[in-house]
Design a protein. Structure first.
Length: 394
């Protein structure tokens, strides 16, 4: 094979590399659904490290006895211009569960009457369910009915399992879950999920997002006083090691050759993050041995292509957030007081946007309460753009 994907490809198996250990650990715990043991998962790791790809592969490979739903919060977050609400999230979960059951006529016929009964019990009057395809549910009065709607949505997956003899479990992935931190009451939302999931023996939730394993949100959801109080199984997805990177490139892009120093440079630029490995390797010349100089030049000239995953994120930031990031590129030892002193905003504004950057996994706390960019490549990109264009990207 001689190409590497720069997005998540349709043909997952053709491009997916390794992660055998993570896959078997996660699958071993998911397979307990058969025995009415529902684990909840928390999967962290840097942006671009391969969390989404891994989970898509895992969902894809589940046996038919498990139903799956995948919810990407960054999609609704983007569509809502950063205003995420509980209702929107619940509705998205419902939509995806609905997609799953509508895919399978037989399953659908099986569970139809059970769902109708449940709806009648809940007296979800505002939802016209005469034609029970859930896609036709009108959700006009979500506000008044949020409690009922969330009860309906959260109990639906277990109801589906209970009413279908062939189905043993339901696996629900919530991707970029750190964005839930922008809800008005994020803890209340985690407690809601917790309160339903603890009484459901066949529904596993997998929360995953581009956050560090010690992030504040992790504490909120799985810390001692968090909703799940440490009961969630936590996995961090690591970048590829040097050896894995070497093996991956040999196997998947054998035309690419490095000098020893060239490979070292390649690894230190990409830090083993597959998103960067794929995009940088794809544009390196394949007819010559790449040395340090070639890697450096290629990065300089094609930096936009390499940081492609950041372009979208950068475009979605407010001007204050961008200003803060640039401040962190230009200064060392940045802490809250320095930001408050040097940037011309009120203290509450500084706090609001620092929180927002932390929640998005763009910056993180160091042990001594300084802020740093989570990804050095973001810094490299901004520096190269400034050097080339004289200004930072808008
Ligand atoms: N196991 C893997 N094998 C091959 N390529 C991978 C792998 N994991 C990630 N990638 C590449 O990295 C890119 C980013 O992965 P993604 O799952 O979107 O990262 P994350 O969700 O952690 O931000 C993918 O589009 C894919 O090209
Ligand atoms: Mg992802």
């Amino acid at each position: 094979m001689n190409s590497l994907p720069v997005v998540i490809p349709k043909d997952i198996n053709k491009y997916f590399f390794n992660r055998k250990k993570e896959i078997s650990q996660i699958n071993a715990n998911l397979s307990l659904l058969d025995m009415d043991v529902a684990n909840q998962f928390l999967i962290t790791g840097y942006r671009g490290v391969g969390k989404t790809f891994l989970l898509k592969k895992i969902l894809n490979d589940q046996p038919d006895k498990y139903l799956t739903a995948y919810i990407d919060l960054s999609k609704i977050y983007g569509a809502q211009k950063g205003e995420l609400t509980e209702e929107k999230v619940i509705k998205e979960i419902l939509d995806k569960i609905n997609e799953t059951i509508n895919k399978d006529e037989k399953l659908y016929d099986n569970i139809k009457s059970h769902i109708t009964n449940f709806i009648n019990q809940l007296k979800l009057k505002n939802y016209d369910l005469s034609n029970i395809k859930l896609t036709h549910i009108e959700l006009p009065e979500i506000k008044d009915n949020y409690l009922k709607l969330s009860k309906f949505t959260m109990e639906l997956p277990q109801l589906i399992v209970d009413s279908s003899p062939d189905i043993k479990g339901f696996i629900i992935v919530i991707d970029e879950f750190q964005l839930l931190k922008s809800l008005k009451k994020p803890d209340a939302f985690f407690w809601l999920i917790r309160s339903y999931s603890q009484e459901q023996f066949n529904v596993s939730y997998i929360f995953t997002g581009s956050v560090s394993q010690t992030g504040e949100i992790i504490n909120m959801i799985n810390g001692q006083n968090g909703a799940f109080g440490g009961r969630m199984l936590q996995f961090n997805i690591d970048p590829f090691t040097k050896d894995q990177t070497k093996r991956y490139l040999n196997e998947r892009l054998s035309s690419l050759k490095f000098t020893d120093g060239g490979f070292e440079r390649f690894y230190s630029c990409t830090r083993g993050i597959p998103a960067y490995i794929n995009s940088l390797a794809s544009i390196l010349p394949s007819n010559i041995e790449c040395d340090e100089e070639i890697i450096k030049e290629t990065l300089l000239l094609n930096v936009d292509q390499i940081v492609i995953m950041w372009l979208y994120v950068w475009g979605s930031l407010t001007s204050i957030e961008k200003e803060m990031i640039i401040f962190m590129v230009e200064n060392e030892h940045v802490n809250w007081s320095l930001l408050a002193r040097e940037l011309n905003y009120s203290k509450s504004t500084i706090t609001k946007y620092v929180d927002s950057l932390l929640n998005k996994g763009i910056i993180e706390h160091t042990f001594n309460k300084e802020y740093v960019l989570s990804d050095k490549m973001l810094k490299t990109w901004l520096e190269i753009k400034y050097e080339n264009d004289g200004i930072y990207p808008a």
